[in-house]
Design a protein around this ligand. Structure first.
Ligand code: ZN
Length: 497
């Protein structure tokens, strides 16, 4: 029976200590130790070879791009890069790991002793120290068929897909994060969010938590306030969304407080996060590193990045995403809230690229967060998956500014681009969408509309210029929205004077 303690009560009496381990799948074209492709979603067992299947006699070779990515991640996290280090074999049996050992780094990780300053919503900064970031390979995937839960328990049989076996991973491990008190769940979420953004900015992973290319394990322990004694920790595995990271920390705090209040002791174990209920359930009792019988991998040469290479890679680091956001916010003059909305909508990069392609910031924002966001929503895709580029949006904006398109026509041009009809100018051409500002056809349409509504025409002649709206509407309709409305209004006044 699990007893949960109310969160404020937990915080009043216990101090949480938090630790986070994040696995990031690198988006290299090939696997860590062989040339197999790594694309997500391929048919099961089509991206395998003797090396990643662990067949006898096969020999691994380290992927240079993966090492580069690891070093760049380490540098972005202010780590030192080890000048020399070996891979190790982490020995254990599991069906999704055909070699019966995982090639990892044990006591010689490539990146050590870094930190990241994590900014919370109210601007408070928590420095999270990074103990290490090391390279390893991913395992395959098991699919348990027939049970109600998708777990091995109760399943009729299990299928194995080794496409993921050998995909390069970086595991980033924080030191214990003390003194976060009641904000521990928020700190955990903010750290993972910021880490995701940082790694994304490096272009080394797509960091999709929903696809498992970024996964978080949450370590948590409680100690009575003021005791100074570190409690026993639980390790909640594979938490797969930012929101779940926050919920897992909160739940573990309430659960462990219940155990301690009842006179029990927290078991050092791995736990699994249940997305539906927001709870955790016990997994296996945690192994110690002795259980894995680590030893240096004899089939791989050590990794020895030269100081020159490390400095070359340091020079490739982009502006930090949070610094970049602050700069953009300042230059666009938008509020914290507006910025947050743009970031959450996945629109920031797209708008920035549209501005870089020559569009004014206000119009670029308006297109992406209004019309294009609607289209993405209708299609059920992320904004950046729409079939239109920032440069194309900038061109549409330019055509509107030049008076060659009005807003209505501009939306039709965008529809054409989204439908794969080509560049904006081609769509204008093919669909015949240019604004009619040539006076000839406009004057004819204006005269016709005035003749059709003589009472309105009379009002305009008597000086009630605001009545012209009805005539403008009629002309726009007659020209299927392609008239230049401003010019139409001028012509109406002229024809009535
Ligand atoms: Zn392979």
């Amino acid at each position: 029976m699990t007893t949960l303690v109310d969160y404020p009560d937990v915080v009043a009496r216990y101090e949480p200590t938090l630790g986070l381990e994040v696995h990031v799948e690198l988006s290299t074209n090939t696997k860590m130790f062989c040339g197999c492709p790594t694309e997500f979603g391929a048919e099961p067992n089509t991206q395998v070879c003797p090396t990643c299947l662990g067949l006898p006699g096969s020999l691994p070779v380290v992927n240079r791009t993966a090492v580069e990515s690891a070093i760049r991640i380490g540098l972005a996290l202010n780590c030192s890069i080890a000048p020399w280090g070996r891979f190790a074999r982490k020995n254990y049996f599991y069906p999704d790991m055909p070699k019966n050992f995982q090639t990892s780094q044990y006591d010689e990780p490539i990146c050590v002793d870094g930190y990241m300053d994590v900014v919370l919503d109210d601007g408070a900064v928590v420095r999270v120290e990074i103990e290490r970031a090391h390279m390893e390979e991913d395992t395959g995937k098991s699919l348990h068929v027939g049970g109600a839960t998708g777990r091995i328990h109760g399943a009729d049989y299990s299928l194995l897909d080794y496409n993921r076996a050998g995909v390069p991973l970086i595991e980033i491990v924080t030191r214990m994060i003390p003194d976060t008190g009641g904000r521990a769940p928020e700190v955990a979420r903010a750290y993972v969010t910021q880490l995701r953004d940082l790694i994304k900015s490096l272009g080394v992973s797509d960091v999709r938590m929903d696809q498992g290319s970024m996964r978080c394990d949450v370590n948590l322990s409680l100690s009575p306030v003021g005791s100074g004694v570190l409690g026993t920790r639980s390790e909640t595995k594979n938490v797969n969304s930012l929101r779940s990271v926050e919920r897992a920390v909160r739940y573990e705090m309430s659960r462990q407080a219940g155990v301690l209040d009842g006179g029990g002791s927290v078991v050092q174990e791995t736990r699994h996060f249940e997305e539906q209920s927001g709870t955790t359930r016990a997994g296996r009792i945690k192994e110690t590193s002795e259980d894995y019988r680590y030893f240096p991998e004899p089939d791989l040469v050590p990794i020895a990045p030269s100081a020159e290479w490390v400095e070359e890679l340091r020079a490739t680091l982009p502006e930090k995403p949070w610094e970049r956001r602050a700069r953009i916010q300042e230059s666009w003059g938008i509020s914290d809230e507006e910025l947050r909305d743009l970031v959450n909508a996945g629109a920031l990069d797209l708008i920035e690229a549209t501005v870089a392609a020559g569009a004014p910031a206000g119009e670029a924002r308006s297109w992406w967060v209004a019309y294009l966001a609607q289209q993405a929503n209708t299609q059920g895709v992320e904004l950046d998956r729409l079939a239109i580029t920032p440069a194309q949006v900038a061109r549409v904006i330019e055509l509107v500014a030049a008076g060659e398109l009005n807003n209505k026509l501009a939306r039709q041009v965008v529809d054409g681009v989204l439908a794969g009809e080509g560049e904006p100018d081609e769509v204008v051409e093919k669909r015949g969408l240019a604004v009619v500002s040539d006076d000839g056809p406009l004057i004819a349409a204006v005269d016709e509309a005035l003749a059709a509504q003589p009472d309105v025409a009379e009002k305009i002649r008597s000086g009630k210029v605001q009545a012209a709206g009805a005539i403008v509407g009629a002309v726009m309709k007659a020209t299927r929205g392609q008239a230049d409305a401003k010019r139409v209004r001028e012509l109406i006044v002229e024809r009535c004077s």
